[in-house]
Ligand binder design. Structure first.
Ligand code: SF4
Length: 517
């Protein structure tokens, strides 16, 4: 990535209000912002964050670095690590990928046996380093850092309430609200103050907090986002997905339960249930469908197997006579395999994906048709010529990418293209930690299946039914699941005034700040 702003590297300095450390305020270059805008128009929801933490390890920052490396798919805009040596915190955050951000030299500057880290995806409007996490502060009870995955639905209300009482916010991220609440809490210990702060917020949080002696991990009572605990020798690790445990060689111990707060101190772990127990679990079904890595296990279920099963049910619901089944790479791979197995149609990788495409690339002056999609995918003529193809993907958001891929298959000689989607039509945005467009931008919001078929240029189009999704997720539905973007059944109501796209939550505030600059 070019034009990367200087990273934030700071010791634990006392400073104003909450003691936000010295972040620089540069944003992405105009080219990168434009690339990001294009990427956001692609045909997928984007997960927003991943967190990883370790308590009690000599190479804490290195291990967190590796954990974040495995969680890179959960956020590619910015990343950061905060380490504690028991007296002070040291932070390093930057815009960009984990591999580009951290070097051996930088990791050596993050001493201590405890560390937390964060990868973040954000909207273009808030792609600035000031919103990178972990967020560090000094409180009267010592240094505190948090890394948060999720979205706080009453953040705007709390923020204006706190600003009315004199709080000054350093970022436009909803997560900062938690630290302001913690700083103002009248509870005695940092642990109690954190719980007090969490009890004031509504929405989704899978969060880790680091003090000079404690690592605390907590999940909201609905359990929207995943969070698991593992063991690495005598150390505890906490991470958004189990694939991160595999990379660092940690043993999965268990998932943190919805509404549970886990306190880790000097090698001992304590579990607290401070929130009301009557809330049903609402784990995000989209984590299974698309967000999580296929090699992760969510609620003890392997994601890859789950996606294959979605494909099998899809084939039973929407069979079609065809010569081959091909996935949109990589999102449709597991479902396409399941579809092919169930329908007994050969599976072929008819599209090849270039894995080395960076976000920005130089286009030729004379424009090439569909350059954006072509640079990432290419269809294999030898496989597609004269064939009836079932093209499988996990979801359709705007339909923009699929339209181009269908056209690409036809250009490569496909006789028929039957599109099958391994989830129901997305009819509503997410308010619980996923970057989604507005309702109006979702193609299925105001188009019938046949209208979408016509727009993308397919011979036939079929989505997995909501009943089919519930059937595959029967075990998960029993525990309680969120499928609001498919069903419009939002488990935590959102004030219509606050129904802004995710992470644009503070766009209005940010725009004001930019104007002030
Ligand atoms: S609305 Fe959709 S993306 Fe958001 S938490 Fe619910 S299922 Fe997941």
């Amino acid at each position: 990535m070019t034009g990367k702003p200087p990273a934030s590297h700071s010791g634990n300095k006392p400073n104003s209000v909450l003691g936000q450390d010295n972040l620089s305020f540069e944003t992405l270059t105009p080219e990168e912002l434009e690339a990001l805008r294009k990427e956001r128009e692609a045909d997928h929801f984007h997960d927003e964050c991943g967190v990883f933490a370790i308590s009690g390890h000599d190479e804490a920052a290195n291990i967190v670095y590796l954990g974040l490396y495995a969680l890179q798919h959960r956020g590619q805009e910015s990343c950061g690590i905060v380490a504690s040596n028991g007296r002070e915190h040291t932070a390093h955050r930057a815009m960009g990928l984990v591999a580009d951000t951290f070097s051996d030299k930088i990791l050596k500057r993050l001493p201590g046996r405890h560390a937390i880290g964060h990868v973040r995806y954000s909207t273009a409007g808030s792609s600035s380093l000031r919103n990178a996490q972990p967020i560090c502060v000094n409180t009267d009870a010592g240094p505190v850092a948090i890394a948060h995955n999720g979205n706080i639905v009453n953040a705007l209300v709390i923020r204006s309430e706190l600003e009315g009482r004199g709080s000054i916010f350093s970022s436009t991220s909803d997560s900062e609200v938690i630290l302001h609440l913690l700083a103002r809490s009248r509870e005695a210990s940092l642990e109690e103050r954190f719980i007090d702060a969490l009890s004031r917020i509504k929405g989704a949080f899978s969060i880790v907090l680091l003090t000079d002696e404690l690592l605390i991990a907590a999940r909201d009572p609905s359990g929207f986002r995943p969070l698991s605990i593992g063991r690495l020798g005598n150390s505890y690790v906490v991470g958004s997905e189990t694939c991160a445990f595999d990379l660092v060689g940690a043993e999965f111990e268990r998932d943190i339960e919805p509404g549970e707060v886990v306190v880790i101190r000097r090698g001992r772990i304590r579990s607290i249930r401070p929130f009301s127990r009557d809330t049903k679990s609402h784990f995000c079904v989209f984590e299974y469908i698309y967000f999580a890595r296929p090699d992760s296990n969510l609620n003890l279920t392997n994601v890859y197997s789950y996606r294959k099963e979605l494909g099998r049910v899809l084939a039973r619901e929407l069979g079609v006579v065809a010569d081959l089944v091909a996935p949109v790479l990589d999102s449709g791979t597991a479902a396409a395999l399941g579809y092919a197995e169930e329908a007994q149609i050969p599976y072929e990788t008819a599209l090849i994906r270039n894995h080395y495409v960076r976000r920005t690339f130089i286009e030729p002056a004379q424009s090439i048709r569909m350059f954006g999609v072509k640079v990432k995918h290419n269809a294999i003529r030898g496989i597609l010529e004269g064939k009836r193809v079932v093209l499988v993907d996990d979801s359709i958001v705007r339909g923009t990418t699929l339209l181009k891929i269908v056209a690409m298959l036809r250009t490569a000689g496909a006789r028929e293209v039957h599109v099958r989607i391994s989830s129901p039509p997305i009819i509503g945005p997410c308010h619980y930690g996923i970057d989604t467009p507005t309702r109006e931008e979702l193609i299925a919001h105001d188009h019938s299946v046949d209208e979408i078929r016509e727009i993308i240029g397919a011979d036939t189009l079929g989505f997995l039914s909501l009943e089919g999704l519930h059937r595959v997720a029967a075990k998960e539905f029993k525990r309680g699941i969120c499928d609001a973007c498919f069903s419009n059944d939002y488990p935590i109501p959102v004030d219509p005034e606050q129904q802004l796209p995710q992470l644009s939550l503070f766009r209005a505030v940010e725009d004001e700040a930019v104007d002030d600059d």
